[in-house]
Design a protein around this ligand. Sequence first.
Ligand SMILES: Cc1cc2nc3c(=O)[nH]c(=O)nc-3n(C[C@H](O)[C@H](O)[C@H](O)COP(=O)(O)OP(=O)(O)OC[C@H]3O[C@@H](n4cnc5c(N)ncnc54)[C@H](O)[C@@H]3O)c2cc1C
Length: 395
Amino acid sequence: MKKQIAIVGNGTAGLQLGYSLKQEFDVTLFHHPTADEIQNGRILSTQVHFPPTREREERFAMPKWESAPPIRNIHVTIGDKKLFIGKLYGTASSVDQRWAFPHAMRDLEKQGVSLREGRVSQADVTRLVNEFNLVIDATGKSGPLAPFPIDNKLSPFDKPQRKCIVGYFKGVDPVYPAGISITVLPGVGEMFEISALTENGLVTILFIEAVPNGDLDAFKGVKSTDVFAERIADTVRLFFPDIHRRIDGRKFALVDEKAWLQTAFTPVIRRPYLILDGKLIVSCGDSVFLNDPITGQGCNTASFCAEKLYETLMDYRQSSNWDERLGEDYWNRTRPYIQAVTEWTNAMMGPLPESIIQTFLQGAEDQSVADQVAAWFNDPRKAHAAFFPDAVRHE
Ligand SMILES: Cc1cc2nc3c(=O)[nH]c(=O)nc-3n(C[C@H](O)[C@H](O)[C@H](O)COP(=O)(O)OP(=O)(O)OC[C@H]3O[C@@H](n4cnc5c(N)ncnc54)[C@H](O)[C@@H]3O)c2cc1C
């Protein structure tokens, strides 16, 4: 008989795990809310999937989104100076999670995965660990459902370092050549401009990372869609003239009523396994690896770790007892990556080191350096090596 696995959470991690594990195991996906509620709900992310994540989606035969606008370049501006356009190796893309998640949930159900709707509580988890051979907590940043221990070395903050302010807009001409445009305003925050696919067509995402109480932190108390859109237009006019020039004032509007969000959270990294009621429980994605979105790596980290968890479970599929050793093995396979992405992401929120500023300036003169910076987003271990050249690496 196939081993039974419960995946709690229907986001980036839970869905990739569903696709990868469904052949070898009997998979049940617990989700909340329903697919329809997600589809008609508020935006969740800016969700850029960099090429390695798209390769993993291909590996596990996940749905393809051919009409998503290709993201092949990273445009970098510091202050009011456009420095360079680095070329990505491969093509990234962003598809509204409100569309991608329900689509994948319905597709998985057609392919034989059991879906169970309802918010799983901490008490339910104790029941589930006895009902299934393994419970995977993939509840995202509203998790975790069990007390996975905090990794203090990788969790230096006790409060949010940025306020995240996001809207999906019509009426902005995309940057050329197609890509993500990053503008860093030192000490104040960042703006990310991303072309994305939604159910209502192509949009330009404007994503502000505001240093709390700084000049970009101008959205406190905003509750209505109209006020939010006006406030974004004002902020762009004042701080981001290049984007302002590409806005058509007659067409500039949110793509739908719920195409905006404001959030802020404290980054925290946890060891992704523990023994609960004598049984192993593991976790994957934001529930244990929660970083600020400044480097656009949350989905990519969730996908990387979901693949490592899949590979670990495949290696242990014949063993009768899934215990702490499996959890430890999974953590050993993921920890170097988690350390790299976390330390890089945290460093991006402080004053940039002089060596990195020099790299950015060189990027303006030398295309190969600009391309190396773009490559950081494909593989955060390369970014980590640039930020921390003296670090001892375990891979
Ligand atoms: C503003 C912003 C911009 C971002 N931009 C990017 C980006 O460009 N690129 C990138 O890679 N990452 C980005 N991220 C991060 C990325 O969205 C997340 O890291 C990623 O979605 C995490 O995947 P996950 O599967 O862990 O969690 P999620 O995708 O959040 O999925 C968790 C799912 O579990 C469900 N759930 C939660 N609790 C329960 C429960 N108790 N019972 C049942 N179901 C439950 C939730 O409803 C949700 O559907 C961004 C995040 C934010 C906030």
